[in-house]
Design a protein around this ligand. Structure first.
Ligand code: MV4
Length: 446
């Protein structure tokens, strides 16, 4: 049993973890940068330790500072949230070495999914479908041309093996584009990940991004908790997520759920995690990557299966067994990410002081947010200031609840994505569930 948990994060997810700890009778320790001294996570926690300057590298990414905070406060465990150190194998390792439980996967599990070629090889062995491609690293542009022409077939996509989340990818439509794409993909990979290894896949056109939430314990039990549709993305930033997916069928859920369980079992996964798939128009699906963390959008799953995922994650870390059964959506939930960005101006970040705030409420509404009237959004971190979740029995009702809640939401002083979401909730294609990852490329604000 943990007595004290340190939360190595900030913003809404720090609050989210503190809330569950409170319910479990666990004491909480917040860490904060000097830019976050007035943040709610600092006020809500039982103790708080300043860990450095605003820049993430000096605070939320600084392992030494965080370990020092954990040592002086006598923390039994560290919850990393998402982003920052959540998928840092070295951090998980250092926690282990200090006898502090990392609430998340072991270093080996993080490593096993961190290198994309290794992850794909593991999936093939486990019988999980993957997109056909080069199999391993590309050794030369000549090899890339030959493979694309003779084996994979254009269009193809080049990806960084150390990548993920869309960085350093290049789509190649025909051989004339290969040389330039090969060079830029390699350069970007080297610059972003200090690893210039790239591989090739068949390019799946207009895919749906559907991910399966899973949970595994240290006794080898793995279950799935159904899907989230995250196809509404802009430049690899998710803006809206929902469960169930409007593109899902019971048969597909059965198959993708079983594949996600195989994926997690293949690395003896322990904790909560997410297996991401691309799904094409024929409902063929392919493993993309596995996220070995709690995700921003976990709330939609919580709402449709009525289940606290953070509580489950903490219980697994304490060595408890999971039930072993799968969970299926009984409600419909949609999440809109409210970012301090200007949707009329290319979603440019809009940090600054929130001068006025009215938060929506009422039936079927959940708001996960760390902001308040008078709060100053610092420019150093991501721009998400709130997650607005609408829950109803049907998708149609959830859209209506979301529209009503968005209409109530007043945030003055900074620009937000609320106007974008209001227009999306009235978009015919969105309402009809007629969208893929391409949707926002052509969406225009009125
Ligand atoms: C792809 C793809 C099409 N074919 N792979 C983008 C992020 C990374 N996780 C994988 N990504 C993609 N990989 C093949 N073989 C299209 C994308 C992609 C995408 C995926 C999910 C959500 C949004 C996306 C937007 C553009 C491209």
């Amino acid at each position: 049993m943990f007595k004290k948990v340190l939360i190595a994060n900030r913003g809404e997810i720090a609050l989210r973890v503190i809330r569950t700890c409170r319910e479990m009778g666990i004491q909480t320790i917040a860490v904060y940068s000097t830019a976050d001294k007035d943040s709610l996570h600092v006020k809500f926690a039982d103790e708080a330790v300043c860990i450095g300057r605003p820049q993430s590298a000096d605070s939320y990414l600084n392992i030494q500072h965080i370990m020092a905070a954990a040592e002086i406060t006598n923390a039994d465990a560290i919850h990393p949230g998402y982003g920052f150190l959540a998928e840092n194998a070295k951090f998980s390792q250092i926690c282990q070495e200090h006898g502090i439980k990392f609430i998340g996967p072991t270093p080996a599990m993080i490593h096993g999914m961190g290198d994309k070629i290794t992850a794909k090889e593991t999936m093939i062995k486990a019988g999980v479908p993957v997109v056909p491609g080069s199999g391993g690293l590309l050794k030369s542009v000549e090899e890339a041309k030959l493979l694309a022409k003779e084996k994979v077939g254009y269009p193809v996509i080049l990806k960084a093996t150390a990548g993920g989340g869309g960085k350093g990818m290049r789509i190649v439509w025909d051989e004339s584009e290969m040389e330039k794409a090969y060079e830029t993909a390699k350069m970007e990979a080297a610059a972003s990940f200090k690893n210039d290894g790239i591989y090739m896949e068949k390019y799946v056109e207009e895919p749906h991004h559907i991910e399966i939430q899973i949970a595994g314990d240290q006794y080898g039990n793995v279950c799935h908790l159904s899907e989230r549709d995250c196809s509404i993305q802009r430049r690899h930033q998710k803006l809206v997520e929902e469960s169930p997916s409007p593109f899902m069928t019971p048969e597909l859920r059965e198959k993708m759920g079983a594949a996600a369980i195989k994926a997690a079992a293949a690395i003896n996964y322990e904790s909560v995690g997410t297996v991401e798939f691309l799904v094409d128009k024929n409902r063929d699906f392919y493993f993309m990557e596995m996220n070995t963390r709690i995700q921003v959008e976990h709330c939609v799953t919580e709402e449709v299966i009525n289940f606290d995922l953070i509580k489950e994650q903490i219980k697994i870390a304490m060595g408890e067994k999971i039930s072993g059964q799968n969970y299926f959506p009984e409600m419909h939930a949609i999440e809109c990410r409210i970012n301090a960005e200007d949707p009329y101006n290319d979603f440019r970040p809009s940090p600054g002081k929130i001068t006025e705030l009215n938060t929506p409420g009422g039936h079927g509404v959940r708001v996960d947010s760390h902001v308040y009237a008078g709060y100053v959004i610092p420019p150093y971190y991501d721009s998400m200031i709130s997650k607005l979740i609408a829950i109803a029995r049907t998708r149609e009702e959830a859209i209506h609840t979301m529209y009503r809640a968005l209409s109530e939401y007043v945030i003055e002083g900074v620009k937000t994505t609320i106007p974008f979401h209001l227009q999306l909730m009235q978009n015919e294609d969105f309402i009809n569930g007629n969208f893929t990852t391409k949707f926002l490329e052509t969406f225009k604000m009125k």
